[in-house]
Every structure is written in structure tokens, then in C-alpha cells.
Design a protein around this ligand. Structure first.
Ligand code: NOJ
Length: 513
């Protein structure tokens, strides 16, 4: 953060190739298309024949084996070990669902439901604990080879997230996502993944939910890696997310795409917004969307590229008022804009909840240090009729999913979208009727978005196949379609009713009433 602006761009410039390749929107195939399509018409309430259903997990949340076979620590190992008081019950992911030893049980569960793909993440520090090839761990490579091969044997397509919050601590010590060095390290990591697994993995997701981990990890500093630099850190983090993503996309184009013929996307998270009162206009809703989803999606998927103009202008203005000599939002040159724009074959999207918004009328100079929330300038609330899941933030608003999908269609010319997560938290009961209701209502909105609004969505991923470590909430909130008994050493997976619900959805292509 002490780098001068020239030093910063020199560093970034060294790592970026000088030419520009545009995205191809190479939509992945996640399901074998049957010879006779199962109802593509509006009159038939069925998912299209090309539509795929899968389930997701993330390495730190399920694997355990935190220091086995030469694995290094990630920022989440560090957080849970050095600050157990931050996590409910002082829990950690040292063993979690023990998928490092029990991944075959996860695959059996996926098979039983009938999912056609599995979205899992690779633990960077399991294969490159010091971030680059000097520390290559073949045992880590072997673990993921076994997982990938077993999935393929079960006819399940692997969808791999490269980074799901668990940055190697070694890379964090060099600045993590606040440093331009991150781009180079991430490129080496991705190159290693393409080289070892790209013959069999055809769908890649570079980053998971950068809004969340940049804001909580580098802004408020309340989650891993606990960097408290609000108003500056989250923007630097986001900038390096975009640069590293685009760098990896172009690497794939240059070195692997021809031979491996896969796709590279990114997973964003974000809520939909509704006006809190009659004085709140559509511009306020749009402002909230731009500062959340647009922050990442505009540079990648818009015609013009670059950050949303509203953010560029307002953050520069706020920075000036704070007597800064440059904007807290890093500048994007035209060359960098072109480098990032179009560098995604698909848009991965995690939908969980929505909020009401109204303009924050307080004078900007009045109070509080800068932050992305303050820059956004809106106040959030919830509708009293919205039911809440176990998680304090998870208000159930199914129509918001259709809202966001239509916003993507309007803003970014209907890009191919894969819903990479959607799910409901509870205490872990096997008869999880509320989870079934949640999925039924969200799938109904999704189907409307596809059949009526013609949104370009090609797959849906449940979070999660098994109960797992829910970050600062530890094991107190459960999202799985399969129950895991975390107090038993064999971590047995037991199907919940919701897993049967999905079995019917997948078999019939419809939503059971
Ligand atoms: C999104 C995150 O990607 C995942 O790690 C988390 O467990 C779920 N949301 C539920 O909070």
C-alpha cells in the first residue's frame, strides 16, 4: 500500500502481455444433451434439455487434512488457529467433513441425487504451499487427480474453482490480494492447474465471490486475511481479482484452449435490491447494483469495460474531499480495460438474498472513515414479510434471483450464466422441508427467467452437497443436502429430504409441487 502509483503500474505492466484477446463466450457443456429434447417450450414447465444441475463445495469448508502431506497454511488456517475466538464455538476446518479422506462418499452422494456436475475448489496451499512451483507438492496433485478421476468414472463433470477464499499464508505475507504481485503468483498457480488437470477439467472458475472476500477480508478486516484497510484495501483487492482473472483467461487462450477446449469464468455474488419506500427511485436500486455486482461485472461483461462510471466518478470525488492525491479506486488505463473486458466465457453467479434500499442522506463529510459501503451511499433494510434462514443475513427472497438474471441480461447483453450457488441454512435436520420450500421457490423464479424472460442460464448449483464449515459461523449453520455428524470420527453422510427433492427435479426436468 506504500507503493507509488508509478511503481505500482510498473509492477503490473511487467506481468501483463501487451496484446488483447477477447472472450469467446464458449458456454460449457455440463450435461449430456438427450436425443429428444425434454421440453424447450414456454407451455411446458420443464428445464431445457441443455440445462444442468450440480452441487458445490469449497476446499477449506470440507477437506480437513489441513497440514497433511506437506500442505501449507492458508489464511483461514491462520485465522482459525490464531484467533479461535472469532469463530462460533472456536471451530475450525482442521478436519471439517474430512473429504480429504472421504471424497468418495461425497461422490456417492452426488451420484445418488443424479447431479451431472460437481463444483469444488482446489486448495492452493495443498499443491503450492509457497505459492509457486518451488514448493510443488505431488501428494496434493495426486489427491485432486484421484478426485477428478473418480468423478469422471461416475459420469460427473468436474467444475473447478481455483480460489475459494483460502489464499496461501505465504502469498498473504507478500501482500495477498492487496499487492500486484498476486497477479503473477495466481498466474503460476493457474498454469499449474491447467497443466496437471486441464486434460480432464473443462470448466474453470478463477475466483469465488470477490465482493465478499475483498470487503470483509481487506476492507472491514473481519474475515480472512483480517486486513483492516476500509476504503482502500477492498478496491485494491478487487483490482487484483480482475487483473489476475483476466491474466489467467488469456493464459488459457494462449497456451491451453486449443488443446484442452475448456471454458474459464468467474463467480460473483450480489443481492437484488428493491426500493425501501415511494421516495426511492430506480436510480438508487441501480446504484446499489453497480457498487456490488457492477464493480466486477462491468469491467468484464459490459460493452465499454472499466469500472461502472458512477463508481469512477464518485470515488474520485470522495477521495479528493479526503485530501488524497489519487482516487481510492485504482485507475484502469484503456489498455487494461481492453485486457479485462470480454475475458470470461461465462458468468458464475451465487444468489442467496435481497435487500431494500434507500439513499443515505447524511452529508459525506459528516462522519465515519471511508469504505465501499460509505461510497455506495445507500441504507439497507429488509421487508418484514421476508422469512429468515438460520444465517442472520439470509432473508428468503426468491424473486430477487429473477431480478438479478434480468439485470444481467439488460446490462451485459445476456451473457451465459451458471448459477454457481444457491442454498438455505438451518440447524441440520434431516426432514428439511424449509430447504425444499426454498429451492422450490427459487427454481420457479429461475424457470420463469429462462422460459419467459429468455435469460441465458445453462446450469444451477446447490450449496452444498454436504454440511460443512460455514466460515465464522463454524458448524452452527448447515447448508448440506446431506447431513454430516461432526462429532463422529467417521463423519457419516446421511441424506436429507432435500436430496430426494433434487433427485425428482433432475429425473423429471420439472419442479415437483
Ligand atoms: C457463499 C460462499 O461461496 C460459501 O463459501 C458459503 O458457505 C456460502 N455462501 C453460504 O454462506
Amino acid at each position: 500500500m506504500k507503493l507509488t502509483i508509478i511503481g505500482y503500474w510498473l509492477l503490473v505492466g511487467i506481468f501483463l502481455p501487451s496484446y488483447v484477446v477477447q472472450g469467446t463466450h464458449n458456454t460449457p457443456r455440463l450435461v449430456a444433451v438427450p436425443a429428444a429434447p425434454i421440453g424447450d417450450g414456454v407451455d411446458v414447465r420443464k428445464f431445457p434439455s441443455y440445462f444442468a444441475f450440480g452441487a458445490a463445495t469449497a476446499a477449506y469448508q470440507i477437506e480437513g487434512g489441513w497440514n497433511e502431506d506437506g500442505k501449507g497454511a492458508s489464511v483461514w488456517d491462520t485465522l482459525t488457529h490464531q484467533h479461535p475466538e472469532l469463530v462460533v464455538d472456536r471451530a475450525n476446518g482442521d478436519v471439517a467433513a474430512d473429504s480429504y479422506h472421504r471424497f468418495r462418499e461425497d461422490i456417492a452422494a452426488l451420484e445418488e441425487v443424479g447431479f451431472s456436475f460437481y463444483r469444488f475448489s482446489i486448495s492452493w496451499s495443498r499443491i503450492l504451499p509457497e505459492g509457486d512451483l518451488s514448493s510443488l507438492r505431488l501428494a496434493g496433485i495426486q489427491y485432486y487427480n484421484n478426485l477428478i478421476n473418480s468423478l469422471l468414472e461416475a459420469n460427473i463433470t468436474p467444475v473447478v474453482t481455483m480460489l475459494h477464499y483460502d489464499v496461501p499464508q505465504y502469498v498473504q505475507n507478500l501482500g495477498g490480494l492487496a499487492s500486484p504481485l498476486f497477479v503473477q503468483y495466481f498466474k503460476i498457480y493457474a498454469d499449474t492447474l491447467f497443466r496437471y488437470f486441464g486434460d480432464r477439467v473443462k470448466v474453470w472458475i478463477t475466483h469465488n465471490e470477490p465482493w465478499d472476500f475483498c470487503v470483509t477480508g481487506y476492507g472491514s478486516g473481519t474475515e480472512g486475511p483480517l486486513v483492516h484497510a476500509p476504503g482502500v484495501g477492498e478496491y485494491l483487492c478487487a483490482h487484483h481479482v480482475l487483473l489476475s482473472h483476466a491474466t489467467v483467461f488469456h493464459l488459457y487462450d494462449e497456451k491451453y484452449r486449443k488443446e484442452q477446449a475448456g471454458s474459464v469464468g468467474i463467480t460473483l455474488s450480489g443481492r437484488f435490491f428493491y426500493p425501501a419506500n415511494s421516495k426511492t427511485g430506480p436510480d438508487v436500486v441501480d446504484r446499489a447494483l453497480q457498487y456490488q455486482l457492477g464493480w466486477f461485472a462491468h469491467p468484464l461483461f459490459s460493452g465499454a469495460g472499466g469500472y461502472p462510471p458512477l463508481m469512477v466518478q464518485e470515488i474520485a470525488d470522495h477521495s479528493l474531499r479526503e485530501n488524497r492525491t489519487m482516487s481510492r479506486l485504482p485507475e484502469m488505463s484503456d489498455e487494461i480495460k481492453q485486457f479485462i473486458r470480454g475475458s470470461a466465457d461465462f458468468l458464475g453467479y451465487n444468489y442467496y438474498s435481497s435487500r431494500l434500499v434507500e439513499l443515505d442522506k447524511r452529508d459525506y463529510n459528516e462522519s465515519s472513515p471511508p469504505s465501499v459501503e460509505k461510497d455506495t451511499g445507500v441504507l439497507y433494510s429488509v421487508d418484514r414479510s421476508w422469512k429468515r434462514a438460520k444465517s442472520s443475513w439470509l432473508y428468503v427472497v426468491p424473486k430477487g434471483l429473477r431480478g438479478v438474471l434480468n439485470w444481467f441480461k439488460k446490462e451485459y447483453n445476456n451473457p451465459p450464466v451458471l448459477i454457481t450457488e444457491n442454498g438455505y441454512s438451518d440447524d441440520g435436520q434431516l426432514e428439511d422441508h424449509e430447504r425444499i420450500d426454498f429451492y422450490r421457490s427459487h427454481l420457479t423464479q429461475l424457470l420463469d427467467a429462462i422460459l419467459i424472460d429468455k435469460c441465458n442460464v445453462f446450469g444451477f448449483t446447490t450449496w452444498s452437497i454436504v454440511d460443512n464449515f460455514e466460515w465464522l459461523r463454524g458448524y452452527s449453520e448447515k447448508f448440506g443436502l446431506y447431513h454430516v455428524n461432526f462429532s463422529s470420527s467417521n463423519r457419516e453422510r446421511v441424506p436429507k429430504l432435500s436430496s430426494k427433492f433434487f433427485k425428482t427435479v433432475i429425473q423429471s426436468g420439472t419442479i415437483p409441487t
